[in-house]
Design a protein around this ligand. Structure first.
Ligand code: FES
Length: 384
């Protein structure tokens, strides 16, 4: 049974202290259904989430589906070439319409036809046909389009917000686009999407991604050998994101001894001397290094179950090379091994968090972003 003080701000006073005086979130924040539902409504139901790449729906009628914060969505390219997010719920009696999860092959259709009574919707969501409704009084097809979610694009990424009151996407991102401009993300191609369902709370996975404290142990046989220097950064503006910069020679995207691509053209300064790990709150994660990038979307399915959508990207010029697949396989190998290590430790941590004896711990300096994320969440979960 939930603690009756679950949403009492006094309960979280130790989390609110400065990093080196603070404690982490109580364990029930990682498993309690009430806390989880509050997060869905006030964290995921607001703001913006990146749900894929425009090049995953290259042609008119291409679509994929995603379940996000309790909402079922269809991301598609309409007849005018615009990318939209429509709710995947029939306006007749609420049936799910289509199902092609991101990571599977993209669907393609000229219209969206409900499998129940065959109501048919155009790609802009308008209701086009509903045979059998001729006698229904005061019924006008124009009044029954599919509901739409806000959908915007930046640098080839498709972002969705379920909140009509959310700021525009570019306000949410702040100066992030300017900071990532050297990587020319609009020229990247998503070459592979892999989906994992992990038995952990969503925060367990995101916190792990944004701290390097675990690398020498969890990744002892993979990336710990790369000897990066960890330099946590502060955001320089008001964007809803945070970042780590790791200084190193060469790339962080390959295991030692594996061959890869040359650096991204035009990278200079700090960008060519290391890697960036960015978290756009709450769960959009980018990893950018000198020759490639990969990203993760973390979709909460239940308090202790999370879907990780892992996308690999390369500059378009690399994908045209005859040796692309052979070299890309080295990047996929590195990503898959490290992601498995992260998935396993997240599920392992979650097993510990189920114990009634799990108590909040203290933070190391390398866990600055874990502390920042926990407080960002509390601002929203306790805020209203
Ligand atoms: Fe979709 Fe009836 S529920 S047509």
């Amino acid at each position: 049974m939930s603690d009756p003080s679950l949403f009492d701000p006094a309960r979280y006073a130790p989390v609110r202290r400065p990093l080196l005086d603070a404690s982490g979130l109580p364990a029930d924040c990682y498993r309690d259904e009430r806390f989880f539902q509050r997060e869905l409504a006030q964290v995921f139901g607001r703001g913006w989430l990146m749900l894929g790449r425009e090049d995953m729906v290259p042609e008119r009628g291409d679509f994929f589906t995603v379940d996000h914060a309790g909402a079922a969505l269809i991301v598609l390219r309409d007849h005018d070439g615009r990318v939209r997010a429509l709710h995947n719920v029939c306006r007749h009696r609420g049936a799910r319409l289509v199902d092609v999860p991101a990571g599977a092959a993209t669907g393609r259709t000229a219209s969206i036809v409900c499998p129940y009574h065959a109501w048919s919707f155009a790609l802009d969501g308008s209701l086009r046909a509903c045979v059998g409704m001729e006698d229904t009084r005061a019924f006008d097809k124009a009044d029954w389009p599919l509901a739409a979610a806000r959908c915007e694009t930046w640098a080839g990424f498709v972002w969705v917000s379920l909140d009509d009151a959310a700021p525009p996407l570019l306000d949410w991102l702040g100066e992030l686009p300017e900071r990532l401009a050297p990587y020319r993300l609009q020229d990247m191609v998503a070459t592979r999407v892999v989906t994992h369902d992990v038995e952990c709370n969503w925060k367990t996975w995101v916190e792990n991604f944004m701290e390097g404290y675990h690398i020498p142990t969890v990744h002892r046989s993979t990336i710990s050998k790369l000897k990066a220097v960890n330099h946590p950064e502060e955001p320089r503006g008001n964007g809803q994101y945070t970042a780590i910069f790791e200084q190193h020679d060469g790339t962080l995207a390959l295991l030692p001894g594996d061959a890869g691509f040359p650096p991204i053209e035009g990278l200079d300064g700090e960008s060519v001397r290391g890697s960036r790990f960015m978290l756009v709150y709450p769960t959009t994660m980018f990893a950018l290094t000198v020759d490639a990038m990969w990203c993760f979307q973390c979709l909460p399915l239940a308090p202790e179950r999370t879907r990780i959508v892992h996308t690999s990207l390369f500059p378009r010029s690399r994908t045209a090379r005859p040796d692309f697949e052979a070299l890309a396989a080295n990047y996929y190998k590195r990503q898959d091994r490290v992601v498995k290590e992260d998935n396993d430790i997240a599920a392992w941590q979650q097993r510990g968090l189920r114990s009634p004896m799990a108590r909040p711990g203290r933070f190391a300096t390398k866990e600055r972003i874990v502390h920042a994320l926990d407080n960002w969440i509390l601002d929203r979960v306790l805020g209203e």
